[in-house]
Write a protein that binds this ligand. Sequence first.
Ligand SMILES: NC(=O)C1=CN([C@@H]2O[C@H](COP(=O)(O)OP(=O)(O)OC[C@H]3O[C@@H](n4cnc5c(N)ncnc54)[C@H](O)[C@@H]3O)[C@@H](O)[C@H]2O)C=CC1
Ligand code: BAL
Length: 498
Amino acid sequence: MTLLTHEDYKAIAANLSFPTGAFIDGAFRPAMSGATYDTVNPATGAVLAKVAACDVLDVDFAVAKARDAFEDGRWSKLPPGSRKAVLIKLAKLITRNARELAVLESLDSGKTIYDCETVDVPETIHVIKWHAELIDKIYDQVSPASDNHIAMVVREPVGVVGLVLPWNFPLLMLAWKIGPALAAGCSVVLKPALETPLTALRIAELAMEAGLPAGVLNVVPGGGAEVGEPIGRHMDIDAVSFTGSTATGRRFLRYAAESNLKEVTLEMGGKNPAVVLDDAENLDRVAAHIVNGAFWNMGENCSAASRLIVQRGVKEKLLAKILAHAREWPMGDPLDPVNRVGALVSKAHFDKVASYLTTGPKVLMGGTAEAGFVAPTILDITDRAAKQVREEIFGPVLSVLTVESFDEAIALANDTEYGLAASIFTANVKRALRGARAIRAGTVTVNSFGEGDITTPFGGFKHSGFGGRDNGIHAHDQYTQLKTIWVDLSDDAGEEVA
Ligand SMILES: NC(=O)C1=CN([C@@H]2O[C@H](COP(=O)(O)OP(=O)(O)OC[C@H]3O[C@@H](n4cnc5c(N)ncnc54)[C@H](O)[C@@H]3O)[C@@H](O)[C@H]2O)C=CC1
Ligand code: BAL
């Protein structure tokens, strides 16, 4: 991807056009109430658009249309190869509109155009293609039943699914969820985050152009209470897949329990440790991983490296390298491709992150926050009960904790309610594997920091995750259910099925 100049991106931004209505049953519509809300560019405070502010009536309508589509089989009963063809076409249309989508994503979320162009949009395309390519290659199974029977274990789409998205990766989280859901044959009612509805609406438009039948993908923008809760409580939604905070995730379990016991998958917060032991090799590379893990996407990342747990012997050398790398992360206008740190998503979130900078720990770097932007911040902390150590900040703030031994490092890594991602840096393969096994997290990386790729399942232990996984073949478990079909092959009508 060749990046443009700042001036070019500003020119594209000035000429963008995009839909702002709810997308239900193949058409853009105003909210039934007629209400709208402002979606804002967090880097400037400028209103980008007035978007339909939907509520329970729009959700009911979208679910009814999704149910019609599911039951008449216009998508759910297509051969997998036909669904694949439409999704591949969608991926191609996203590719054709990649630049415009990258700019829209950057404007609506504050993410840097650099990341949108090099990660968010290409990964979105890759994820949709990957699930499309997978779906006509998954076989059902025949069980090892007796000779007189055939027992088939088949996967069926779960039905109408509610997908509730966060604002930190609006396009990519959409892809993580609609990729497998649509490939499996489900109908979708999708709620983008209130803060970042625009790219989801544009994707709905492209999906229609790709030939996705009406009613199969519905996008209902609006607030958590107004749209998210009605999705969670709907009696005709079969499954919900949610990414966001642990507090809201808990609500979805309650909604399901108090409605139709829909299946619930939750991908929630993290307070992810990066453990660096005395024997870690190539400290420059370790530092680069940690800086990337902590500050990429402004730390607005559930798998961000937010706690550096470093053994005392290597601390001073490592911190010097971390500070050097972190200084290479310029902050500023997200549309300027030289910047690696953009604006936080909203004023409310900015205020939350800024509140962690005010008291307590020794500031090694940063510690400043102004007009939507928080400087990459490194805090040296001795108080292990400090809020910066215990709470998910979701901003560019790295807390440094010093330990004396491997055992202390692992114990501290696990001293959190979360269990999403972790990493361990060491040259000792036994300690690497013992550490990886002992840390309670859904993903542990050795000598790097990352969350893997589309081929591996992503999700968390403890308060970070519940139910299924996003990504990999495992993601399809969320959107399908297993049915066993027994066929009696015996001539003897009286024989009993075991
Ligand atoms: N795991 C992750 O990737 C994310 C974690 N977070 C964490 O959550 C914190 C708060 O951010 P929020 O945007 O408030 O997250 P949130 O969990 O409230 O929002 C996620 C989604 O849930 C919806 N929602 C909100 N309240 C709801 C309700 N009562 N019922 C149903 N749906 C509801 C939102 O509109 C959004 O679509 C962040 O500071 C961060 O710590 C936020 C976004 C993503
Ligand atoms: N790290 C991708 C998932 C998330 O932050 O929401």
